[in-house]
Design a protein around this ligand. Structure first.
Ligand code: FAD
Length: 287
């Protein structure tokens, strides 16, 4: 199913994100993760592409294909362009076609210190335009409620986001955030800028203290006092922190749905227990 069509059919789209295992030998673990997530009723599942610069890159198409064929769930395959030539992107698109995947989250990818980027695609908007030219795919893009780390200011970032939508992105997935207020102001800026496509809110349940430090350094999400108090109170008690992190994510989702959000994209970190606890808690809110 075309993802933009899902937004026409559902009051609130609810999706999961998973990543291919880092080690080739661990590929089987993803099938057991998906088997456990299958019954939770996500509207689609996205699969990251080479995130973190490590292995797993080549499994994105295969896993996305299996999500469709084996589990009967709509897949969204991430695809980055910073390290690829036009011919390599064409090859990836062919692989996705062969796997029966019709939705792509088109990304630039992060700059890796010491690695020279390829120059065929400078921005995600170039990749989006290229995929649309090739035809046969519905294309989504990423957005940043608290501004992309390389953007000089929020207005420039929104103007650049508009370029992605004008290039053919029919749906946007947001970077994770812990302050719903930042998301609401961002959506308002986007709508003022003439961006009318559905914007899904990216929610990451924080279930361990190490994960928080890593995430914040990577994406610059601001941490509201309510969130930092939760971390300092429970960081020495992993079980309590896990429960509190899940409760915080549920609280964010309840507020987002009450405010009329079009979709929730749950960064599951491949953890079926977290996905299950959150899905069940918000099940009746999605109707
Ligand atoms: P772009 O849209 O190209 O934006 C990057 C920067 O360039 C921004 O500062 C923007 O303002 C600016 N810019 C954009 N277009 C223009 C233009 N036309 N002219 C001038 N400036 C411009 N990374 C992975 O490696 N694999 C993944 O699977 C992955 N999945 C992700 C999923 C989501 C939902 C998100 C939010 C991020 C994901 N990332 C992933 C990380 C992403 O690759 C990085 O955030 C990257 O730094 C930017 O990617 P982008 O597609 O947003 O780039």
């Amino acid at each position: 199913m075309n993802i933009t069509e899902l937004f026409r059919q559902k009051p609130v789209v609810f999706s999961f994100e998973i990543f291919p295992p880092k080690r080739d030998s661990a590929i089987d673990t993803i099938w057991s993760t998906l088997t456990q997530m299958e019954g939770l009723g996500p509207d689609f599942i996205s699969v990251t592409y080479g995130a973190g610069g490590g292995g797993g890159k080549s499994y994105t198409a295969q896993i996305a294909g299996a999500i469709q064929k084996k589990y009967g769930i709509t897949p969204l395959a991430h695809l980055t362009c910073i390290g690829s030539t036009r011919a390599e992107v064409e090859e990836s698109l062919q692989e996705l076609r062969e796997e029966g995947v019709e939705n792509i989250l088109a990304l630039r990818g992060d700059k890796i210190p010491g690695v020279e980027p390829k120059t065929d695609f400078l921005h995600a908007s170039d990749l989006i335009a290229f995929i649309r030219e090739q035809g046969g795919f519905s294309v989504s893009g990423a957005c940043y409620p608290e501004v992309h780390t390389e953007a000089p200011d929020p207005i420039t970032d929104i103007r650049n986001l508009k370029k992605k939508v004008d290039a053919g992105a029919g749906h946007l997935v947001s970077q994770l955030f812990f302050d719903n207020g930042a998301f609401y102001s961002f959506v308002e800026r986007a709508r003022i800028a003439g961006i009318t496509v559905p914007i899904e809110a990216g929610i990451m349940p924080v279930v361990n203290a190490r994960q928080i430090l890593r995430m914040v350094s990577l994406c610059g999400a601001s941490l509201p006092p309510k969130f930092t108090r939760m971390i300092s109170r429970f960081e020495q008690n992993p079980t309590a922190l896990r429960d509190a992190g899940i409760a915080y994510a549920i609280d964010q989702i309840v507020d987002l749905i009450a405010q009329g959000v079009e979709g929730i994209h749950l960064y599951t970190m491949n953890d079926p227990d977290v996905a299950q606890r959150i899905s069940q808690a918000v099940e009746n809110l999605r109707k």
